[in-house]
Write a protein that binds this ligand. Structure first.
Ligand SMILES: *Cc1c(COP(=O)(O)O)cnc(C)c1O
Length: 257
């Protein structure tokens, strides 16, 4: 990978990033092997919210090439200064419809499609750009009031409804599991998301192409191993790669704060 400016990073921070990256990759590989899966079948998304661009360049030099952001404005600032190094930016946080046009321009995939109203808006914006936008349906598996997403019982109907939006390409399901002390507690959440995904992939269900609905985005720093054991194809890792975030997120973060 190229020199993209990581020399600006303090050496100890860089060394820590390198250590966390190799530890993460080892744990991903071990979890995949426990489940009889190939480590390459699990994509790690580096969750870059609140993380400055210099650090993302260092992560890129360590071969992390997909970044997950949860705010359109923050992502826009980073993408504007990122340059040519080939990376994907994905949206993993709730999207307000009035930011849909910008989101369609910025993101390679929206993982947080959490309502049919948003689907309609994104479809219109993507169609205007002559673009087919990959999306994941977000499912609020545990029914937490603090989270958006479709209830499990709504997913099949929502998936069918997406057929009316040809500028969206559904690629799978995403969930944020409840925060718990012991990741074993959320294993049933991951099992439920997987069962929904498997149901969507039955020939009579919503899947129209063989790769439709194949993805399962589940698992974060505290629970990714359990998620991989239960079939995650995408894990979203923030703290496990970049270390702990500031307690209060700035409203937007750019490289020059
Ligand atoms: C912040 C965030 C993550 C990453 O969380 P960590 O616990 O830091 O790994 C993953 N997914 C979503 C939707 C997030 O908002």
């Amino acid at each position: 990978m190229g020199q993209t400016g990581s020399a600006m990073e303090a050496p100890n921070t860089l060394a820590e990033l390198g250590r966390r990256a190799s530890d993460l990759r080892e744990r991903v590989a071990a979890a995949a092997e426990r489940a009889g899966r190939h480590p390459d079948d699990v994509t790690i998304i580096a969750v870059s919210k609140t993380i400055p661009v210099e650090t993302l360049r260092a992560a890129y030099d360590l071969d992390f090439t997909t970044f997950g952001e949860n705010r359109v404005q923050e992502a826009q600032g980073k993408i504007a200064v990122w340059g040519d190094a080939p990376v994907r930016w994905e949206l993993i946080g709730h999207l307000q419809s009035n930011k849909a046009a910008r989101a369609v321009e910025l993101f390679a995939r929206i993982q947080s499609l959490d309502s049919l109203h948003l689907a309609e808006t994104l479809n219109a914006r993507a169609a205007q750009r002559g673009h087919v936008l990959p999306v994941l349906l977000e499912v609020n598996v545990a029914g937490e009031a603090s989270k958006t997403g479709f209830a499990p019982g709504e997913v099949l109907d929502a998936a069918r409804a997406l057929a009316a939006y040809p500028a969206l390409r559904p690629e799978g399901l995403m969930t944020v599991a409840p925060f718990v002390a012991d990741p074993e507690e959320v294993r049933p959440v991951f099992q439920q998301l997987r069962a929904l995904r498997d149901e969507l992939r039955r020939p009579t269900a919503a899947a129209s192409e063989s790769d439709a609905w194949s993805q399962l985005s589940m698992g974060m720093t505290d629970d990714f191993e359990v998620a991989i054991e239960e079939g995650a194809t995408i894990i979203r890792i923030g703290r496990g790669l970049f270390g702990s975030r500031p307690l209060v997120q700035p409203s937007h973060t750019t490289q020059d704060q």
